[in-house]
Ligand binder design. Structure first.
Ligand SMILES: C[S@@+](CC[C@H](N)C(=O)[O-])C[C@H]1O[C@@H](n2cnc3c(N)ncnc32)[C@H](O)[C@@H]1O
Length: 309
């Protein structure tokens, strides 16, 4: 199979990892024009009230089947120009973003770290789950990405979050054990729809190995700072095994006696691959989750791990 938008090298590696028919579907869906989806901010409103309010202004909205999103089916003018958007009643994003925060169950008393936080979509979902109580440490290395993080959290009315502008790997030097960690790691982004991602070119392939190393270091830092009995969710918007199943397989080998790999508690997507180019991976790899690109979703990988006491 050849394709003018997706480099042959990607097609070949996906065919080996996922098989030919799945790869054909992946490519078709990466090119698909996506739905625009609103997710109500539970700190400000709920799905029914938001729908009524926006429909009174001429927008047409349909509830999503998963999560409590609203698909925009008619947009008389740009929805981000509404007072509802500007006052943080909703965010606009692919539903895949809800998966990692929904895997954690922080309480209003928890201390949570979001190690790679900007622009803060997932931080804001954590804050909603915690009812704006407890504390979230939102760490972001890139100074140029701090304004977007600040602006999003302020717009969404998130008050329980401390923004820290440093390399999350330095977190291991601070003696702050945390209850839950979200590591939505920097990645190749090969699961993103092509409309937002022009990166499926051959030169990106070498980035995968560099990024996988970076993810490994961040995972080790996260694990050091996690309290016993605490949970860690790892995610990437990548279709590459090195940034998904293989990363987790290596992690489990390094920490076999300390990790309990938990099933992703959501009835969506497919189990993680149990083999990598015919090499068997950890027998419990099917507990991880792969979301293949489809309407409303980018390609995504998620693993949930609990630290044994
Ligand atoms: C995939 S994005 C995170 C998206 C975010 N979780 C959200 O849902 O809005 C990865 C982020 O990690 C940041 N980052 C990369 N390396 C980092 C590091 N060592 N420490 C902290 N942040 C890092 C990048 O600048 C980028 O903003």
């Amino acid at each position: 199979m050849s394709d003018n938008l997706v480099a042959e090298d990607f097609i070949k590696r996906w065919e080996t990892f996922y098989g030919e028919s799945r790869t054909e579907k992946i490519i078709k869906n990466l090119k698909q024009k996506d739905q625009r989806i609103l997710v109500p901010n539970s700190l400000r409103t709920d799905q029914d009230s938001l729908k009524l309010q926006l429909e009174s202004k001429g927008f047409k909205l349909e509830p999503t089947t998963e999560f409590n999103g609203l698909i925009i089916t008619y947009e008389p003018f740009n929805i981000v120009a509404t007072p509802e958007y500007l006052s943080g009643m909703f965010s606009i994003q692919a539903l895949s973003s809800l998966i990692p925060p929904r895997c954690l169950h922080p309480s209003p008393k928890s201390l949570v770290a979001d190690l790679t936080a900007s622009p803060g979509i997932k931080t804001s979902f954590l804050a909603q789950q915690m009812d704006n109580k407890g504390t979230i440490l939102a760490i972001e290395k890139s100074t140029s990405r701090i304004p977007a993080l600040k602006a999003n959290l302020a717009r969404m009315g998130v008050w329980n979050t401390i923004i820290l502008n440093f390399d999350a790997n330095l977190f291991s030097k601070l003696d702050i054990p945390v209850d839950h960690i979200l590591l939505d790691a920097p990645c190749s982004g090969t699961g993103l729809k092509l409309a937002k991602n022009k990166r499926l070119r051959p030169r990106i392939l070498k980035d995968i190995f560099r990024l996988a190393k970076h993810q490994e270091t961040l995972l080790e830092t996260a694990w050091q700072r996690l309290k016993p009995n605490g949970s860690l969710v790892y995610s990437t918007c990548s279709l590459e095994p090195e940034e998904g199943e293989v990363q987790i397989d290596n992690f489990l080998k390094r920490h076999e006696d300390e990790v309990n790999l938990l099933p992703i508690p959501l009835n969506i997507g497919s189990p993680g691959n149990k083999t990598n180019w015919k090499t068997p991976l950890h027998p419990q790899m099917a507990k991880t989750k792969r979301i293949f690109p489809k309407l409303g979703y980018d390609g995504f990988f998620t693993a949930l791990m609990k630290k044994c006491e």
